[in-house]
Ligand binder design. Structure first.
Ligand code: NCD
Ligand code: ZN
Ligand code: ZN
Length: 341
């Protein structure tokens, strides 16, 4: 039977929530990944080092016995964040980055930043203390078409940020467009991007053709096929600027199957399997290890993992639910299965 063994990967963008959902999803992430960048968009958001450390403890409590998993914490930027907070974060060995949510752009982003230019002193401090800026890169302008919001964010804000802070390390999270890929490719080595499994596997037809499928709804929203092709090309190019970030974003089923459904796809249960599917379709399984296990660690200046995981080509059916969460591809087949980790 066909197998694939790679260095153990890390997830450079995930949502594990807290409370009951954390208990359901954290074992999935810990079974696949050695480390994960934990998004701070809880209610209330994780804005201080103290909150991040308390949240880290809650996550560690949920790690199954025997699993070896390290959560890498991030802080949520708000209008009230101070330069002192940036300094405290830089001094804390468990905090790895700051996350910028344009206010109103996505799930639990209300406390985010309304005008990026108002936080320039914070970006200067992050550049000085060498803490990466992680971006949900979409404008929130009501007049901007939802399919254009990432491209317009790059033109309106990201171009200026990278020009004004040339040494700031920036990750454009969950890129979804050809324009984002081109921007990251043209930028310096300090600018990188994560790519999700859903944006590699699906275009917007999966969400909207033949019926509306809320479990394919995430932000930034799935785009047309030409953009998916650009993402596949970037992920399988061997460029160290593009690395794995699932953006696994669990929501209780009824909050997605709803007249106003939440944004986010749950993928942590089978993250590597989903990526393997996408890389195999592109005939680029040999490029999976760099994307999943090397480039993110290099960007965050962390050692690469030394143990391995093995996937086997043996089809299985994704369950209808995990606890109260409907996973991506529920009830459908995946061709790879993680067999040892
Ligand atoms: C994420 C979530 O649910 O927290 N949702 C999503 O659609 N991606 C937030 C985010 O990463 O934008
Ligand atoms: Zn986001
Ligand atoms: Zn996310």
């Amino acid at each position: 039977m066909k197998t694939l063994t790679i260095t153990r990967p890390d997830d450079w963008h995930t949502h594990v929530r807290n409370g009951a959902i954390l208990q359901t999803v954290l074992p999935h992430t810990a079974a696949q990944f050695a480390r994960a960048i934990i998004m701070p968009n809880l209610k209330p958001p994780v804005t201080t080092v103290a909150h991040a450390l308390a949240y880290r403890e809650e996550i560690l409590q949920a790690v199954p016995t025997g699993a070896n998993f390290t959560p890498l914490m991030t802080l949520y930027l708000t209008a009230a964040t101070t330069v002192e907070t940036i300094k405290a974060a830089a001094e804390c060995e468990h905090v790895y980055a700051f996350k910028l949510y344009p206010a109103g752009a996505t799930t639990n982003s209300d406390a985010g930043v309304a005008d990026v230019t108002t936080i320039y002193p914070l970006l200067a401090a992050m550049e000085k203390y060498e803490l990466p800026l992680l971006l949900h890169g979409e404008v929130t302008d009501e007049s901007c078409d939802i399919f254009d919001r990432e491209r317009v964010f790059i033109d309106r804000h990201l171009t200026a940020i990278t020009r004004d802070f040339p040494d700031l390390r920036v990750v454009l999270e969950h890129v979804t467009t050809r324009e984002a890929v081109q921007f990251v490719e043209a930028a310096g080595a300090n600018v990188a991007a994560t790519i999700t499994p859903q944006h590699l596997l699906f275009n917007r037809n999966a969400m909207l053709a033949g019926g509306i499928r809320p479990h394919y709804y995430c932000l930034p929203i799935l785009k047309r096929e030409t953009h998916r092709q650009a993402l596949i090309k970037a992920a399988t190019s061997g460029s160290a600027k593009f690395f794995l970030g699932t953006d696994s974003a669990p929501h209780i089923t009824h909050t997605k199957e709803n007249a106003c459904g939440c944004a986010g796809c749950y993928s942590a249960f089978g993250a590597l399997e989903l990526y393997a599917e996408a890389f195999e379709q592109a005939d680029a399984l040999d490029k999976l290890e760099g994307f999943a296990s090397f480039y993110g660690a290099d960007f965050y200046r962390l050692p690469r993992n030394t143990d391995t995981v093995t996937l086997q080509k043996s089809p299985w059916t994704v369950p209808a639910v995990y606890g109260e969460i409907t996973p991506l591809k529920a009830g459908e087949n995946l061709s790879w299965k993680l067999i040892s980790a």
